[in-house]
Design a protein around this ligand. Structure first.
Ligand code: PMP
Ligand code: GLN
Length: 382
């Protein structure tokens, strides 16, 4: 069968979760919380179900949810999105990103991604008939290298995908980075897909660098977020895209034929929950405390901690271990760590086009304190 995605196997997240389940390892690989969401959110969704809100939602999303999203974007980032024409509710961020690519990219177009990047981007570009142009983030710091991004822009560049806070590195872009990006894109017709799924997980008092804060970026941006991350419900698969009306119209042309609409009672529940800013305003402190606990424990091992400014991922370098396994490539190291130490992790090489090896793996700390402690006890053997 002539594959549309030759060379693509099963995602690393499925592979590592399956291995963790098979071996009984603590699963710090695939990013998802192992604790429950706010019971008020479950109540709001089950209320909507009991009230008979169980048929197709409007194609673009339940109006109350679109309005709540617009109100949040206005209050946090100061941009007024029209809930009717500029916000679309999606089946998670994955569907949002693929739909954006299918809507924007024409065969032969180039789309710039910054390596390492989330694993759905490049296959999505390929499915849209485009060519992914991988521009490395700065080695070591994972900060954007604007000279290299500038050098990668060509007349064929249709879009650029940016992700802050960044999966897998936990890097957070500064306002200065966004201004630089705005300046760089100003003379171009390049669309910006701004993956902001970890927008509410930014630590140490830093601000989330949303493209919505900058008119010159917002006018060319599809801003993507996910309630799965914000409300600890990754299994619900609901997110959204905020984009200017003309871009949203193109997005919706594709959206209506790839999912049409998204889970109705969940949208009603989310609309009610989102009306209260408290839960997402508390999220940075909630995850920052977990980050501290986890980093303090890891500090007692020979794993070298990389910075973590946002997201719920902590990267560690294992090249200083006093074990022969420190020489293993990252994927093999993750398999060994899962089977022999009992902790599942994700190899950074999975986020690079060429499988670049630097001896770094990603650990997810969106876990109960007991789970983190159990993982730390095992990692203490390293
Ligand atoms: N983008 C990034 C950077 C992510 O980490 C994730 C979740 N792993 C997604 C997109 C997809 O989000 P969702 O689960 O809402 O599809
Ligand atoms: N975004 C999650 C991660 O990076 C995984 C989502 C998935 O399994 N597709 O771990």
């Amino acid at each position: 069968l002539p594959s549309r995605l030759p060379g693509v196997g099963t995602t690393i997240f499925s592979v590592m979760s399956a291995l963790a389940a098979e071996t009984g390892a603590v699963n710090l690989g695939q990013g998802f919380p192992d604790f429950d969401c706010d019971p008020r959110l479950v109540d709001a969704v089950s209320h909507a179900m009991s009230a008979g809100l169980n048929q197709y939602a409007p194609m673009t999303g339940v109006p109350a949810l679109r309005q709540a999203i617009a109100a949040k974007l206005q209050s946090l980032y100061g941009r007024a999105y029209d809930a009717e024409r500029e916000i679309t509710v999606t089946a998670g961020a994955t569907q949002a990103i693929l739909t954006a690519l299918l809507a924007l990219v024409h065969p032969g177009d180039e789309v710039i991604v910054l390596d390492p990047c989330y694993d759905s981007y490049v296959p999505g570009i390929a499915l849209a008939g485009g060519t992914a142009v991988r521009v490395p983030l700065q080695p070591g710091s994972f900060r954007p290298d604007f000279d290299r991004i500038a050098a990668a822009l060509t007349p064929r560049t249709r879009a650029l995908i940016v992700n802050t806070p960044h999966n897998p590195s936990g890097t957070v872009w500064r306002e200065a980075d966004m201004l630089r990006l705005q300046e760089l894109l100003a003379p171009t017709g390049v669309w910006l897909i701004s993956d902001e799924v970890y927008e509410h997980m930014v630590f140490d008092g830093q601000l989330h660098a949303s493209a919505a804060r900058h008119p010159g970026l917002a006018e060319r941006a599809l801003i993507v977020s996910s309630f799965g991350k914000t409300y600890h419900v990754t299994g619900w698969k609901v997110g959204y895209v905020a984009a200017p009306a003309a871009l949203s119209a193109e997005f919706r042309k594709v959206h209506q034929f790839n999912v049409f609409s998204v889970n109705t009672p969940v949208q009603h529940g989310l609309a009610q929950h989102l009306a209260d800013p408290q839960p997402y305003l508390e999220l940075p402190a909630f995850y920052q405390r977990k980050r501290e606990l986890f980093r303090a424990g890891l500090g007692a091992t020979r794993l070298r901690l990389l910075p973590c400014e946002g997201s719920y991922f902590q990267c560690v370098d294992y090249r200083d271990l006093a074990l022969p396994e420190r020489e293993l490539p990252e994927a093999a190291f993750c398999e060994w760590l899962t089977r022999e130490i009992g902790v599942a992790a994700i190899p950074l090489s999975a986020f690079y086009g060429d499988g670049f090896e630097q001896g770094v793996v990603r650990l997810c700390f969106a876990k109960r304190d007991e789970t983190l402690q159990a993982a730390l006890e095992r990692l203490a053997r390293l």
